[in-house]
Design a protein around this ligand. Structure first.
Ligand SMILES: *Cc1c(COP(=O)(O)O)cnc(C)c1O
Length: 387
């Protein structure tokens, strides 16, 4: 079959291949502790579920405006004002089918062939694929465990060329959990603004910061920043597919043009429920605080445990992932992850697709019991001297 050159250039995710392997193993009756998930394991807040039920009763069955309902876009504006001190009008907001689609719309709307996008590695796997699909070119800046995966300004400056169109910031980060200090965010954004470079601030994990603080990049150059945000991680609503973007009108309008011809906009019921999640501030905050407390306890158990076992990992300050060094098991991270899966029955995502050689991502969006069990199994594996 003759597929398009475009799609031929995008490689399938080895992450998915790996998850499939873990599931296959589980299907044969093996009890696998999966630490692969990129999604919260919590039930969403009850008031948000109730809003969706009410949405069905009140007949929210029609198309919404392509850019999202006015109610949701107003709620998003109120959120930015209240939590970040940022002022947006509803026509600077787009609601999409997940934060992922906000990003895709944006790369498609802004990149010309040969335009460069700077990413901090290890990065989220969809960035390079989306940049490629949009005709752009990825330039990576390496970050290191010894720095907690926080990049250096000079390294970013060196990666910038005359062709740089966008720098993607993702703090807290998936897959590293790094939270960038406020001063660094400011410096990066100002350096970019001087060169007329866009900042795409992937802020999906804003609410999951355990030490330090979340710094909105838009604070320093609102007219050159696109915020990518959404309901998936903060409210445990990954499957409802609601993301939102905030940025300059012209960019949002262009993104919406693309969206109007691709999805026509996000799901009506889910938009209604997320409006309630944003507007019922106290209830939603209580939910987030509860989940944060659980994540911190899990993180601490996991990080301490991994380091004790010689799988060194810095303590991430946000999100729900730990990047750990697997070279004590095997120098190739995919081999190491396979050993973990097949011999210890612990599922992790090898760093290959994140551009994290020798490492793997452990998700702690799973119970404390599972984390303890995984550590025990890995310990037993290392004791039996696999390598
Ligand atoms: C989860 C995630 C997203 C977006 O997820 P959606 O479910 O599409 O909203 C974006 N960026 C990162 C880094 C993520 O981890």
């Amino acid at each position: 079959m003759q597929l398009s050159e475009r799609i031929k250039r995008v490689k399938g995710s080895s992450t998915v291949a790996f998850n499939t392997k873990a599931k296959e193993l589980a299907r044969t009756g093996v009890n696998v502790v999966a630490m692969t998930a990129g999604e919260p394991d919590f039930q969403p807040p009850e008031h948000v579920l109730e809003a969706a039920r009410q949405g069905i009763e009140s007949g929210l069955t029609k198309y919404t405006p392509g850019e999202g309902t006015v109610e949701l876009r107003e709620a998003v504006c109120a959120k930015f004002e209240r939590e970040n001190g940022l002022s947006y009008k509803p026509d600077q907001i787009i609601v999409s089918t997940g934060g992922k689609q906000v990003l895709y719309n944006a790369f498609m709307a802004i990149l010309n062939p040969g335009d460069e996008v700077v990413l901090m590695a290890p990065y989220w796997v969809s960035y390079p694929a989306q940049v490629e699909l949009a005709g752009g070119k990825t330039v990576t800046v390496a970050t290191h465990p010894k720095d907690g995966f926080v990049p250096e300004l000079d390294a970013i400056r060196e990666a910038v060329t005359a062709k740089t169109k966008v720098i993607v910031l993702n703090s807290p980060s998936n897959p590293t959990g790094a939270v960038y200090p406020p001063g660094l965010v400011k410096d990066i954004v100002e350096m970019a603004a001087e060169r007329d470079i866009w900042i795409f601030a992937d802020d999906l994990y804003e609410h999951l910061v355990y030490e330090g603080e979340f710094t909105p990049a838009a604070r320093y150059a609102q007219d050159k920043t696109l915020i990518i945000h959404g309901a998936s991680k903060a409210y445990a609503l990954t499957g409802w597919r609601i993301g939102y973007g905030a940025g300059p009108r012209d960019l949002i309008k262009a993104m919406n043009r693309l969206q109007s011809h691709s999805t026509s906009g996000a799901n009506s019921l889910a938009q209604h429920a997320v409006t309630v999640a944003l507007n019922e501030v106290e209830k939603t905050r209580a939910f987030i605080e509860l989940t944060k407390k659980a994540y911190v306890e899990r993180r601490d158990t996991l990080v301490v445990g991994l380091n004790k076992l010689g799988l060194t990992a810095p303590t991430p300050q946000g999100a729900f992932y730990v990047m750990a060094d697997l070279t004590a098991i095997h120098k190739d991270e995919t081999e190491a992850a396979l050993v973990l899966l097949e011999k210890a029955h612990v599922g992790v995502v090898p760093g290959t697709d994140f551009d994290a050689p020798g490492q793997a991502r452990f998700s702690y969006a799973t119970s404390l019991e599972n984390i303890e069990e995984a550590l025990e199994r890995i310990g037993a594996l290392l004791d039996s001297n696999v390598s």
